[in-house]
Design a protein around this ligand. Sequence first.
Ligand code: UT7
Length: 330
Amino acid sequence: MSNIKACISGIGSYLPPDILSNSDLEKMVDTNDHWITTRTGIKTRHILKGEGLGTSHMGTKAVQQLLEKTNTDPNEIELIICATVTADMVFPDNANTIADKVGLKKAYGFDVNAACSGFLYSINIASKFIESGTHKKVIVVGTDKMSSIIDYTDRATCVIFGDGAGAVLLEANTEGYGIQDSILKGDGSGREFLHMKAGGSVKPATVETVANKEHFVYQDGKPVFKRAVSGMSSTIKDILKRNELTKDDISWVVPHQANKRIIDSVAHMLDFPMEKVMVNIEKYGNTTAATLPLCLYDYENQLKKGDKIILTAFGGGFTWGSVLINWAYD
Ligand code: UT7
């Protein structure tokens, strides 16, 4: 096996300036701050506004910041993978659009549609390109404009989601730092609980699909909640076991930010103290493919070289899994 690992060597992020608070939502639908806070843990979300601005706008900003922070020449990037469910257009992909806007002249790219597990799936894919020795520098960007597919008259979904982007640079490392192991899972039968009804090839957009509000997120929250807790907990347990680690060896758990109660339940099931669990859902809500890099960005100062961290996610598909990382820098 190759001794090359793919390590994260920098993180960039972008959050659009407009903020949607719980009190704003109280004026839009029949909800209240108490329900939203106690049932989800969310206080505010960022919303991308502005004519002609889509998901690639946020992804571009996150990647530009990443390149500046890491002092990376755009010409060194060979591949960019974009995790998203809200690409600017059904086609072409967002990755090549972002590469064009940033000026990654030597990179090619593609999108990964794995909903809230998109970033997790994408860093795993990126790591294989690096471990094989064919690529040295790969960017993974998770970016979603969830506000473009949310019905702001549906209180069950509009309080949960927000917009944002996060990007990481993955580089070849031969000192043992980087992605150590990944356990990724999928179960397509879960699609009935979380999907968008129209706009795909089964039901292309028509006047009726628009009138019936079928271009928005549909979610049956309770079964998704249960599967999210069991999916993230079981893959964390499995990855610990496979790598002969215990919870005490882990410095940080980085969970997908869908609901604070889900995060609490996962931590409780595994007996992880909450001080070791990254949480920023109160500020951003569920930004789908962006939650994990936004957590890493917010906690970057607290991460130390050699920290063992586990990223875990669950999302539409269903898709879920956990990735074990030996953190590469202070
Ligand atoms: O990231 C991708 C994966 N997604 C997830 O992981 C999300 C998983 N699911 C969840 O986080 C939760 O199921 C939700 C936050 C979506 C909903 O929370 P819940 O505790 O499962 O609530 P519920 O859907 O069972 O609804 C309980 C009550 C209902 O009223 P009744 O029927 O008991 O009278 C809802 O109509 O709460 C009501 N409700 C609300 N009330 C005030 C639903 N949304 C709201 C709201 N404000 N925004």
